[in-house]
Structures are given as structure tokens and as C-alpha cells.
Design a protein around this ligand. Structure first.
Ligand code: PLP
Length: 431
């Protein structure tokens, strides 16, 4: 594989971009980050002309693949031609808000922002403002973006900053508990119930190897929030309009949050975020309420047009049926391969998300494979995955995310032949 141009570009980038990249996960690719020239359907082509079947898929937004179908392209072109942005209101943001509210019953009002991180940060501020409380409960191994309130590690007893630069004062207001652990959650409420503004959780952990919820976990979150007067914030940044199709993961798992955060697919490949929820809470956002939220690019017309056209395309073209079937085939095929060649490893995922997790951890549950605390899943063979497995897959033309805990995504551009080719590559490498 020729990587001359990639290597030269990486060396050049090191003098201007921190670590040669704009997001740290990209530097996990050894020995160089991928520098992409273009996307083609389910593939990316790098600056050296190497073509890879892509399962990074932009880390989730690219439900339809790299080529925009005509209606999406026309919508994007139309928004660009009309002038890319105004800082003023448009019909597009109203239509996208209506589409989301029509398909997600818990959402009565929305505010569009520009990333998942902005959405979760604003949702938590809203919950704090609405309840007059400061503490939030988060799940160990959950991810809500790079904001001070969420960059917290440890446990309920000893929360600590998860990054230099995060003040202890933020960590003190964050209570990390194990995902799927109803007892730990109840304990947190027993000890701090009248100080907890919100529980924020993903429907499934999407950045920790894909950890599905155990039956009843989200009901317990709902009940405890009701009992203690806290808000339930569901982070659907990854799962929104991917898991559970147009009703999102909350439809699939029957979850009833007060607030939901969206991003990724909702922008059709352009930067976006959104907070949605009950009108009585959402009205606390300025200008009608007291909780400040604002943004020059909020409701950016190109992202609104792309997101709306993407969701309408998905609705009209049975996209979820196809991508979920491909996801099923990948998980089933991979499970067979793993049973033969690496029975200690786990195949995880649902709908169009999947992952082969290199974990040998005894405490990982056989059916749902969830970490009993944030650290367990890290006991997997992370280095083996990163240094040997991923490069070996790349040699076979299959591009996986550079971090073993990041989900892999199937898009509508992937074909059955792509899936079979992928399974062959897994088999070859694992054998
Ligand atoms: N929440 C979840 C569940 C995510 O997976 C992510 C990003 O992957 C975020 C929030 C942060 O979103 P963004 O990277 O758009 O800021």
C-alpha cells in the first residue's frame, strides 16, 4: 500500500495542527492518520489513491453514505445558492423541527445548535436552570462530548476531572454511576436526591464498544427522576434516527425522557446539534425563559436542508430496513467467525451499529456485554486491536475507526457484497 502522500501530509500537518489532527481519535491510526481525498458511496479514497470500504462513516452522521442522493444534494445546493447563512430564521429550521417532533413523541419544542457537545452542554444547563439544582448523574463509560460537566471520571464516591483543565468544582457536581446498574443509581439518589438536576445517559453506550440497556434500566431512571424531581436527559446524538429508525432509540426501547439531545444524522453530514423535549422545560431557554442559549450558526440553513432531506429520504426509501438487515448479517456472520476463531471476543451492536470487541473481561455479561464499572471494558486487548487487528483489516481494504471502543456504522451505500467481503476479511485476520 503506497502511503507516500499521506506520510508527507502528516509530517507537514504536525507543524501547524496540534498532533497533526483536529480531533484526537484520528491520531489513533498508526503510523499516520488517514487523509481523505474523497468519499464514494460506502468507500473513502485517501490522498494516495487507496480505496477503503468505510465503517467509520463520519462517526455516525452518514446514514446514506458518502454520495448524497439527488434530493439531498438538491436541497443542499439550494441552501448554498440562497446564501449559506443569515443569522436569521428560515422555513428550513421550522420544517426540520416539525419532522423531528412528528416522529419523536417526547419532543414538543426544539433548539438547534451546532454539535452534539453543544446540545448536551445546553441540555444540562437547562436542567440545572429548570430545577435550581447543580448535580448531574452520568454513566461510567458514557460519552456526551468535550464539556467540563462530562469530562469526569471515577465513581459516585470519588468523581475526578477527566482532563487537565477541568476544575475540581465541575467534578464535584457530577456523579458517575455504572450503566445498567439500578442499585447504584438508586444509591446516588438516596444520598443526593434533592441536589440532582438530571440524569444524562445514552439509550445504549455507543462509545464504549456498544453496550445495550438491560430490560427496565431506563424505566428505573424515569421513576427515580420522577420521585426526586430531577430531569431525564436522553443523549441520542449517535442513536437518534439510527437505532429504532425514525422513532429513535427511545421508540425502540420505550424510553420516556424529559429532554433529548440529537446531532450527527440530523444534520445530514453537516455540523448540527439539537435539544428537544417537553414544552414546559424547553420554554426555560431564552428568549422565553431564563436559561441562556445562543449561537451565530444555530439552525444553519445548509445543515437544516441536508438534515431534513436526509430524514425524508430515509422515510420514503425504506433505508432503515436495508441498513438494519446489513447490520444483522454482519453481527450474525461475525458471531460465527468469532465462535470458531476467537471465542473470548464479543460481537456487539444493534440495528446498523456493530463492533467486534476485544475483551476477555469475566465481569462482562454474556448477553448484554456491559461493563460493571467504567474500567472493566478497558481490560480488553486494546493495543492488540489497534496495532495488529485494525492495520490488518486496513491492508484488506476495510477501514475501521482508530479506537476499538468506537462503534462501526453501516450506511445505505453498503451492499450485501460489501458485507460478505467484510466478513471474509474478519475471518482471514482472526484465523
Ligand atoms: N453524545 C454522544 C452520545 C456522542 O457519541 C457524541 C460524539 O460522538 C457526542 C455527544 C458529542 O457530539 P459532537 O462530537 O458532535 O460534539
Amino acid at each position: 500500500m503506497n502511503e507516500e502522500t499521506t506520510r508527507a501530509l502528516y509530517e507537514r500537518s504536525l507543524s501547524t495542527l496540534v498532533g497533526g489532527v483536529n480531533s484526537p481519535v484520528r491520531a489513533g491510526s498508526q503510523p499516520y492518520p488517514e487523509f481523505v481525498e474523497r468519499g464514494e458511496g460506502a468507500h473513502v479514497v485517501d490522498v494516495d489513491g487507496n480505496r477503503y470500504l468505510d465503517y467509520v462513516m463520519g462517526y455516525g452522521p452518514l446514514l446514506l453514505g458518502h454520495d448524497l442522493p439527488d434530493p439531498v444534494r438538491d436541497a443542499v445546493d439550494g441552501a448554498v445558492d440562497a446564501g449559506p447563512m443569515y443569522g436569521l430564521s428560515t422555513d428550513l429550521e421550522v420544517e426540520l423541527a416539525e419532522f423531528i417532533a412528528d416522529h419523536v413523541p417526547s419532543v414538543e419544542r426544539l433548539r438547534f445548535v451546532n454539535s452534539g457537545t453543544e446540545a448536551t452542554a445546553a441540555a444540562v444547563r437547562l436542567a440545572r436552570g429548570a430545577t435550581g439544582r447543580d448535580k448531574i448523574v452520568v454513566m461510567q463509560g458514557g460519552y456526551h462530548g468535550g464539556h467540563e460537566s462530562f469530562l469526569v471520571e471515577g465513581d459516585a464516591e470519588r468523581p475526578r476531572p477527566g482532563s487537565a483543565g477541568v476544575p475540581e468544582a465541575f467534578a464535584e457536581q457530577t456523579i458517575p454511576v455504572p450503566f445498567n446498574d439500578e442499585t447504584a443509581l438508586a444509591d446516588a439518589f438516596e444520598r443526593h436526591g434533592d441536589e440532582i438536576a438530571a440524569v444524562i445517559t445514552e439509550p445504549l453506550l455507543g462509545n464504549r464498544g456498544i453496550v445495550r440497556p438491560v430490560e427496565g434500566f431506563h424505566d428505573t431512571v424515569r421513576d427515580l427522576c420522577d420521585e426526586y424531581g430531577a430531569l431525564f436527559v436522553l443523549d441520542e446524538v449517535i442513536t437518534g434516527f439510527r437505532v429504532g429508525g425514525l422513532s429513535c432509540a427511545q421508540g425502540k426501547y420505550d424510553i420516556e425522557p424529559d429532554l433529548t439531545t440529537f446531532a450527527k444524522i440530523v444534520g445530514g453530514g453537516f455540523p448540527v446539534g439539537a435539544i428537544g423535549g417537553r414544552a414546559s422545560v424547553m420554554e426555560e431557554f431564552t428568549p422565553t425563559g431564563e436559561v441562556f442559549e445562543s449561537g451565530t450558526f444555530n439552525g444553519h440553513p445548509v445543515a437544516m436542508a441536508a438534515g431534513l432531506a436526509t430524514l425524508e429520504y430515509a422515510e420514503e426509501n425504506d433505508v432503515y430496513e436495508r441498513v438494519d438487515a446489513l447490520g444483522d448479517r454482519l453481527r450474525t456472520g461475525l458471531s460465527e467467525i468469532v465462535a470458531d476463531h476467537a471465542p473470548e471476543y464479543a460481537v456487539v451492536g444493534t440495528d446498523s451499529m456493530f463492533k467486534l470487541l476485544f475483551t476477555r473481561d469475566e465481569s462482562v455479561d454474556g448477553s448484554d456485554r456491559y461493563p460493571r464499572d467504567g474500567g472493566d471494558v478497558d481490560a480488553g486487548d486494546t493495543e492488540r486491536w489497534r496495532r495488529l487487528f485494525r492495520p490488518a483489516m486496513k491492508d484488506r481494504g476495510i477501514l475501521l475507526p482508530p479506537n476499538q471502543f468506537e462503534s462501526q456504522f453501516v450506511s445505505d451505500a453498503h451492499t450485501e457484497a460489501d458485507v460478505e467481503r467484510t466478513l471474509e476479511a474478519y475471518k482471514d485476520v482472526l484465523a
